[in-house]
Write a protein that binds this ligand. Structure first.
Ligand SMILES: [Zn+2]
Ligand SMILES: [Zn+2]
Length: 349
């Protein structure tokens, strides 16, 4: 039997700790499931919400947590494919299934898109309600922690490299920013058969991790101008694909300048700076593609769960820290202040 009340970590005000509160277990609609949460990945977006207030939530208090993983605890009357006890990852991106983007499979840019844990109550709680269509089956071989971070920290760069950039075997890649997203982009590029992976990041520890995850060359942009180094490394051609996970004007410009004629530059970093790139005399004549990339599809999460289950993608080492729910504020502090240089932090229940 599902209890009637639960503990949830709720966001009330910017720069205040999340409050651990006893609130009612969410009621589910007939096409929803109740998920008993086992692990939740924390994300840079959580830090933005809690410490910076740059991503306002539509209501407060709200339960944060948008990398959910757990087991099915109850199903709505019209749910047929799921049973109590099923292990699941939950795609946090709510999509309508009927807008012009959803019907062409691009649910990440659904016109009615919302995110669990940012625009609706999320997973930093003992239970969460989610549409049954958002569930992805999680095999025993994949831990709940990995099943959690796949839903954003790995799925977002997967969408960037595999779909937006459409990286093909034998191509060269430059990755700007080796935080959680960028490091997973390195792994995914390696998996897809990139011939050469170049990573740009001023942090020595992150560059070392990038090398461990498959980068062939790392560049400290404070020591070496990255575009020149990339041109030199590619015999003056530039890379086929460059991806930006920082969200700053300067790195986006460098990302575009790093691609060669016919190259693809994809921006996934979020930030307020306007994008200033090369003049049209270069951009047009070189036939450069510049793309934004947001989120992921449920299919991306299924692909990643399968890759992890098959042992093709090792994500266990991405989870550098775990904390129980009642230490969620410590976990957020570790992420915010980059204490012990975390890749990804999971809250476990
Ligand atoms: Zn996120
Ligand atoms: Zn839609």
């Amino acid at each position: 039997m599902t209890p009637t009340s639960m503990t949830a970590a709720r966001f009330h005000e910017v720069n205040e700790p999340l409050q651990l509160e006893e609130i009612p277990v969410p009621e589910i609609q007939e096409d929803e499931v109740l998920v008993q949460i086992k692990a939740v990945g924390l994300c840079g977006s959580d830090v933005h919400i809690v410490f910076e207030g740059v991503t306002p939530t539509p209501f407060k208090p709200i339960t944060l947590g948008h990398e959910p993983c757990g087991v099915v605890a109850a199903t709505g009357a019209r749910v047929e494919d799921w049973e109590e006890g099923d292990r699941v990852s939950v795609t946090p991106l709510l999509f309508c299934s009927s807008c012009r983007n959803c019907i062409t499979g691009h649910t990440n840019v659904c016109l009615k898109r919302k995110l669990l844990g940012i625009q609706e109550n999320g997973a930093l709680a003992e239970y969460m309600a989610a549409p049954a269509k958002n569930l992805v089956r999680l095999p025993e071989e994949v831990s709940f922690e990995v099943g959690a971070i796949i839903t954003d920290a790995v799925a977002t760069p997967f969408q960037v490299i595999s779909e937006r950039a459409a990286l093909r075997a034998g191509e060269t890649v430059a990755i700007y920013g080796a935080g959680g997203l960028g490091l997973h982009a390195v792994q995914i590029s390696h998996l897809l058969g990139a011939q050469k992976i170049i990573v740009v990041d001023p942090r020595e520890g992150q560059r070392e991790r990038a090398t461990q995850m498959g980068a062939d060359l790392t560049i400290d942009p404070e020591e070496t101008p990255p575009v020149e180094a990339i041109m030199e490394e590619t015999g003056g051609l530039g890379v086929d694909v460059a991806a930006e996970f920082v969200g700053r004007g300067e790195t986006i410009s460098q990302c575009v300048e790093s691609v060669g004629r016919g190259g693809r530059a994809v921006v996934a970093g979020l930030g307020p700076d306007p994008i200033t790139i090369v003049p049209p005399t270069v951009f047009v004549r070189d036939g450069i593609s510049l793309l934004g990339s947001y989120g992921f599809t449920k299919h991306n999460i299924e692909q990643l769960v399968n890759l992890a289950a098959a042992g093709k993608l090792n994500l266990e080492e991405s989870i550098t820290h775990t904390f129980p729910l009642d230490e969620v504020n410590t976990a957020l502090k570790y992420l915010h202040e980059k204490i012990e240089n975390p890749i990804r932090i999971a809250v476990t229940l």
